[in-house]
Design a protein around this ligand. Structure first.
Ligand SMILES: [Ca+2]
Length: 137
């Protein structure tokens, strides 16, 4: 599930200042419509659950232009906040096999835009998180 927001911010700390626009049933962390309506000054909040295949230490990666953050079970794991060109930041967390809450925040200020969210760990080679391991409930 993705919630789409509009407004001008330069850090995800100010996410609360954005205006809610609409909800979309995106099955993964992608920049989709209706961002084409605005081009600049928009943001997404993606929420759902990730299925972890076995107990172990997992690495999450966010590449974004501009800022992004990833939370697992409401704890910040990857912080790639701020206005910047595409660049990857990662973070590690120990997880049990099964379903865990996942949330990604993303904003685009001006010029180029992009977002890529990946995972690696026991049973998972580094790969984009897709609809086979992401669930709405
Ligand atoms: Ca940008």
């Amino acid at each position: 599930m993705a919630e789409y927001f509009t407004g001008e911010i330069s850090t995800l700390d100010d996410f609360g200042k954005l205006a809610f626009h609409s909800k979309h049933p995106y099955p993964q962390f992608v920049i989709g419509p209706p961002s084409h309506l605005h081009g600049d000054n928009f943001a997404y909040r993606y929420t759902g659950y990730i299925k972890i295949p076995e107990d172990g230490l997992y690495t999450f990666y966010l590449s974004s232009d501009d800022g992004s953050r990833l939370y697992i079970n409401d704890s910040l794991v990857v912080d790639n906040d701020g206005i910047h060109a595409m660049g990857e930041v990662s973070g590690k967390v120990a997880l049990r096999k099964g379903f865990h809450k996942i949330k990604v925040l993303y904003f685009e200020a001006k010029f180029g835009q992009g977002l890529k969210a990946m995972i690696s760990g026991p049973g998972l080679k580094k790969r984009e998180m897709g609809p086979d391991i992401l669930f709405e409930k």
